[in-house]
Design a protein around this ligand. Structure first.
Ligand code: DP6
Length: 322
């Protein structure tokens, strides 16, 4: 029995678009912070006598596409391990699933680590990152503690995440809506590539933003990290809004929260907003300012559900006592 824990990560430079849908090779590199909140815990037990994988998701049997995606992932692990044996998978998310709070990242990172161990594979961090990527692209970054850069790479072997040194950052998550989103990021990414007139512009902008972000990390320049973060998120959403049929993830409340970030900066706090494929907004700030940013937001927008987070551990095995 192998149990692993992984945390979500939030990208400062986003991954939005695939060069290869089946290997999940991204069009561009990305850079993120793995958090210390909302862990996913996944247990994998190989059962040589079972006829099919049994997958339990938040205490209920998984069915349909969610189960198929996990079985397809286990098939990859079985190929690496040279076995056909089925498995029992039990996964528990403490983050609302499918709400744009990166549940697929923590989910596939935890599954990669637990399944590799259960099937007897000894994989280093890079190999685990490549494996997690095959489940969900952003999951390759949740293998890594703290700040991680996902190198787009040219093929399966060169597309992986690794740690990147930089200043100590924290985040404050504003939960606008914890319900599942209407269009999955997988579908929306495809639609952006196929229908948005801004798709190519996004790719060029994301490459330039990643280069700037790496400079900002190396220099420890939080102002530049924040500015690139906020602008990169809005550029991604602009490309998404160019889809047909249209997709818009940002709600009126999300936009109000971007305005709140500007007001916090006017008060002297270093807070910058970002948002993934959903209406929730995440504020990036120096780790030492997380509590001050949370308090200032509570005063500025009372009633907002706010969660403070700091840099967290990469996906790892845990001992479970029965
Ligand atoms: C907006 O990693 O969930 O959060 O690879 O299709 O599973 P798939 O997509 P996924 O997309 C994450 C998109 C994002 C940006 C990011 O995390 O970089």
């Amino acid at each position: 029995m192998s149990t692993a824990v992984a945390h979500p990560n939030i990208a400062l430079v986003k991954y939005w678009g695939k060069r290869d849908d089946s290997l999940i090779l991204p069009l561009t590199g990305s850079l993120s912070l793995t958090l210390d909140v909302f862990p996913t815990t996944t247990t994998v037990v190989v059962d040589p006598h079972a006829e099919a994988d049994q997958i339990v998701f938040d205490a209920a049997p998984a069915t349909g596409s969610a189960a198929a995606r996990i079985t397809a992932f286990l098939d990859l692990v079985r190929t690496l391990a040279g076995t056909n044996a089925r498995a029992r998978v039990d996964t528990r998310n403490s983050v609302p699933t499918g709400a744009g709070l990166a549940s697929s990242a923590s989910g596939f990172a935890a599954l990669a680590v637990a399944a590799a161990d259960a099937y007897g594979l000894t994989l280093d961090q890079r190999a685990l990152s490549r494996l997690a990527r095959r489940g969900s692209g952003s999951a390759c970054r949740s293998i890594i503690p703290g700040a991680a850069i996902w190198h787009a790479g040219l093929d399966d072997a060169t597309s992986f995440a690794e740690h990147v040194d930089g200043p100590d950052l924290g985040m404050v998550i504003a939960v606008v809506d914890a319900g599942a989103k209407a269009v999955s990021s997988r579908e929306a990414m495809r639609r952006t590539r196929d229908t948005s007139p801004y798709a190519d512009a996004w790719v060029h902008a994301a490459e330039a933003d990643l280069a700037l972000m790496q400079q900002a990390f190396a220099a420890g320049d939080i102002g530049m990290i924040g500015e690139v973060t906020e602008s990169n998120a809005l550029r991604m959403h602009a490309a998404i809004m160019g889809c047909r049929p249209p997709i818009r993830y940002l709600a009126p409340q999300s936009v109000a929260l971007f305005d709140a970030a500007a007001r916090l900066r006017a008060q002297g706090l270093q807070a910058y907003a970002t948002a993934d494929a959903g209406p929730n907004v995440v504020f990036v700030c120096p780790a030492g300012e997380v509590d001050a940013v949370r308090e200032a937001l509570t005063a500025d927008m009372p009633g907002e559900r706010l969660i403070a987070a700091r840099a967290g551990a990469g996906a790892h095995l845990v001992e479970v006592t029965a």
